[in-house]
Design a protein around this ligand. Structure first.
Ligand SMILES: [Zn+2]
Length: 603
């Protein structure tokens, strides 16, 4: 079963005593007034970096290297109490004569990483996993072993988080200054790093980028040296973001192997994206919850309020279930906090509601699932769409298509999940989320929702934009057999069943023919281009990337994995997400119907 690949491990949850350091930055509203950031958001962890800054600036490259080594050890220590979510999505590639390397099949992994000690120790697995001797990464990458003869020691490809967790020092490595280079807004000193002769197997070899203020490593690119026979180390490009003062947090890792030159013998070919997030999840900390839960409970304000009528009681019950689920998913790191992307989604939902004269007793809310697989579901009046799905949608019309289906469930009263109003049902470990929660509708409700959704779309401003929605489904149909992991829903109904697009399939018939060679026809986007997830606080925002002209069919890369190239910026306390560029700040201020379309690449 595919779900077996999906291992959501909760490791020993150390009851982390959060210091002021770990306080979630208060959701700074976009007032952007210049002024000192509020005192409570100045984390204590900055002190270490500030000490660094007040040190005399290094005068030689050797001193820079020494400083970078110290900073790396500080980072390892700082993150040692964190258990971020780690997600790897991998596409095995095959050569298509026309389109180049395209996905042949795919794999998905979701887990929780304990950064408290060396990653290959086995005793950090939860008690119930004790009988399995496999280390975590072995389990995480289990399905790859036969295929790739993967070398686990010391790090799997999900794990180029540090160059060398234990021995990143001059005893084990040579450092050679290469040059200065800007990564985004950040000036860096670039060093080539090679293991010394007797440093042993599994040592980092490659390049590091060190920012020139506090001398933190912000990017690592390379592999691990001297594999033994029948083993293989993948190449990785690992990026860090300055999401909190003083520290650059490992965030994205891209990995790629494959040689498609004529006569190449190596059959191994894949590309994979690994994302880390949820560094600031407050696991099991009850007294933190007051700051986390957003309860929009129904308040009866009528002066002569009595007990709820049967219908009112039913609605309140649904609301309770909805709030429970939202809170639980957010606590597991699977749901982004309410934010700017929701405003975009909400606008589309409102456009559909208003033009269809639908009035609901409670407002419809939208939220973003932090994961990549393409899925949607709704619980109570909240529509949830995955980050990956928003990424690949080509335009606002297709976003409306996706939302309209879930909205139809709500309008038709297809409420699922009232059982979650019982709080005992929320008492499960994070790794049990996908086993304990489920929002799959029966086929009859799916059919009814599709029909209702198409009726609503036709009466809405999106009636003229349904061709691209249909094209999106056509593109999905072409790739569906190869992308079963990406298309496997974990909480709701899958958009594709048994390799065939079922969701809103009627729209395919009215769409124009899919033609990869038509450069102005963008049916679906690559993953990762639209929604930016903040690895520290899980907030999401719309990416405002400069449109890049498509010059060949190979540029389209629908549903594909691509390298990461984040625009690095220093921590900015005033920025809504701490890593904002002027462009993304602008995105935060728009919540008009045009926003979703604005984010689409130019045609
Ligand atoms: Zn449905």
């Amino acid at each position: 079963m595919r779900t077996r690949n999906l291992i959501f491990l909760a490791l020993l949850v150390v009851a982390i005593v959060m210091t002021a350091a770990a306080q979630q930055t208060t959701s700074a509203p976009q007032n952007s007034q210049a002024g000192s950031p509020s005192g409570q958001t100045a984390p204590a962890q900055a002190s270490s970096a500030q000490t660094q800054s007040t040190l005399a600036p290094p005068t030689t490259m050797d001193q820079v290297v020494d400083r970078a080594i110290v900073r790396e050890k500080d980072l390892i220590k700082f993150l040692s109490q964190r258990t971020p979510v780690v997600e790897t999505y991998l596409q095995n590639l095959t050569q298509d004569p026309q389109l180049g390397p395209i996905p042949q099949d795919d794999r998905y992994f979701l887990g929780r990483m304990d950064l408290s000690d060396s990653i290959d120790r086995s005793d950090f697995l939860a008690e119930k996993d004790k009988d399995k001797e496999d280390s975590m990464e072995k389990r995480l990458l289990g399905s790859l072993t036969g295929k790739f003869k993967f070398q686990y020691q010391p790090l799997g490809f999900s794990w180029m988080i540090y160059a060398d967790r234990n021995d990143f020092d001059r005893q084990h490595y040579e450092f050679h200054y290469a040059r200065r280079e800007f990564l985004g807004d950040v000036r860096c000193l670039v060093f080539d790093v090679t293991p010394k002769k007797d440093a042993g197997r599994g040592r980092f070899v490659g390049r590091i980028w060190v920012e020139d203020q506090d001398f933190n490593i912000v990017r690592l690119n390379g592999t691990y040296a001297r594999p033994s026979r029948n083993t293989y180390y993948f190449h990785m490009d690992s990026w860090r973001l300055n999401l909190i003062p003083g520290y650059w947090v490992p965030s994205y890792i891209y990995s790629e192997e494959g040689n498609f030159t004529a006569g190449a013998k190596n059959k191994l070919a894949f590309k994979a994206q690994t994302r880390l997030w949820g560094y600031n999840l407050k696991l099991g900390k009850v007294d933190d919850e007051l700051t986390q839960i957003r309860v929009d409970s129904v308040k009866d304000t009528s002066p002569d309020a009595q007990d709820a009528s049967p219908l009112a009681a039913e609605r309140e019950w649904q609301q309770q279930a909805e709030d429970n689920v939202i809170e639980r998913l957010e606590r597991a790191g699977l749901l982004a906090p309410d934010g700017d992307v929701d405003k975009v989604l909400q606008t589309v939902v409102n456009n559909l509601l208003i033009t269809n004269n639908v009035e609901l007793p409670r407002p419809v809310r939208t939220r973003v699932l932090t994961t990549s697989p393409l899925e949607t579901f709704s619980v109570g009046n909240t529509i949830i769409v995955s980050r990956g799905l928003i990424d690949v949608l080509p335009d606002e019309g297709s976003l409306a298509m996706v939302l309209s289906h879930e909205l139809a469930h709500i309008v038709l009263g297809h409420n699922l999940g009232s059982q979650y109003a019982f709080n005992d049902r929320m008492l499960f470990s994070d790794e049990g989320t996908f086993h304990n929660l489920g929002f799959k509708h029966i086929p009859e409700e799916e059919t009814a929702a599709d029909k209702k959704a198409i009726d609503m779309l036709k009466a809405s401003p999106y009636a003229q934009k349904l061709e691209t929605a249909g094209l999106f489904l056509k593109a999905l149909q072409v790739r569906a057999p190869q992308l079963s992991a990406l298309l496997q829903a974990h909480l709701g109904n899958s958009i594709v069943e048994n390799g065939t697009v079922t969701r809103m399939a009627a729209l395919e018939t009215s769409a124009p023919a899919l033609d990869w060679n038509k450069l102005d026809q963008i049916a679906a986007l690559p993953l990762g281009g639209r929604v930016k997830l903040n690895p520290w606080d899980n907030k999401v925002e719309m990416v405002k990337a400069q449109p890049v002209a498509i010059t060949s069919a190979r540029d389209k890369m629908p549903f594909e994995v691509t390298p990461f190239f984040p625009r690095l910026a220093r921590y900015n306390a005033n920025a809504p997400t701490g890593n904002s560029t002027p462009a993304t700040t602008a995105a935060n201020q728009t919540a008009t119907p045009a926003t979703a379309a604005d984010a689409a690449p130019s045609h």
